[in-house]
Design a binder for this molecule. Sequence first.
Ligand code: RIB
Ligand code: CA
Length: 312
Amino acid sequence: MQDMEPSSDDRGVAVTALPVIFDCDPGKDDAFALFLALALPDMLDVRAVTTVAGNAPVDRTAGNARRIVEAAGRPDIPVFAGCARPMLRALDTAEHVHGLDGLGGSGLPGPRRGPLEGHAVTALIRLLDESPAPLTVAAVGPLTNIAMTLIARPDLASKIARLAAMGGAVGRGNATDAAEFNIHVDPHAAHVALAVEAPVTLVTLDVTRPLRPPLAWFEDMEDCGPPGRALAAMWRESPVSLHDVAVAALLAWPDLFDLEACAIRVETGDGAQLGRTLISRGSGPARIVTAVDETALKHRIRKTMNFYKSMS
Ligand code: RIB
Ligand code: CA
């Protein structure tokens, strides 16, 4: 595991990139989130990518995570395959949104190598256990891996600096009227993970659904190496909102986001309300993103993707 190499800001002040574990289910917007994070090495130090069943089965999301880190020029980043199904529910996937391979239309080559040996939950336990300081966990898929980690080792809550998760909705869901996809896939895991005794920040559909730049914005990135070409191709095939990208951006550019204290509950009873996030705002242990400066966000993302221009 590489040490945190301090970088320096424009005043020459040494700053250290934020160490982050990315738990995800790539997925088009997961791919964009990872491409963005890996284009900000002075700000985000992606220590590992753990994958979970969600948008596609876990063998596919794990292979996609390998395709993504390799396309970003970071084949060194460890990728682990995680939980193949939710804790209680049967797995619901979203190939109709993300394509049969989960990165529909990307044109990315298959992975040169598979995920590392060992389950993602085992890797999460080891990474959190061994880290001298608490780590930030960005969770942009169903929360099964995170929940299973906390069930196995509840003490590791103290090694989570922050759980920044994309999921839930105050208003209408997207998997059902009541529930957002990541929560609906595994509401029981969401109940466990979002109750972790560590700082939780939730980025909900209410903020991410409107983040839908026009195709031209993506096509302008076609000269940003394999990541830019893949993003333009995926959004040309079928656009999705920048749901997961918002979590990577929140960690890199918190100044663009408004947060509010809240308490989060997850509906785990069977029926039409399953997976609804009940969010009482104003006070509570968690934080919910209430607004984002969309213009500044799109500008910074677009500028950051120039990081890949030198890649052929
Ligand atoms: O509802 C949006 C979320 O579900 C995103 O994380 C997307 O990748 C899918 O997993
Ligand atoms: Ca996702």
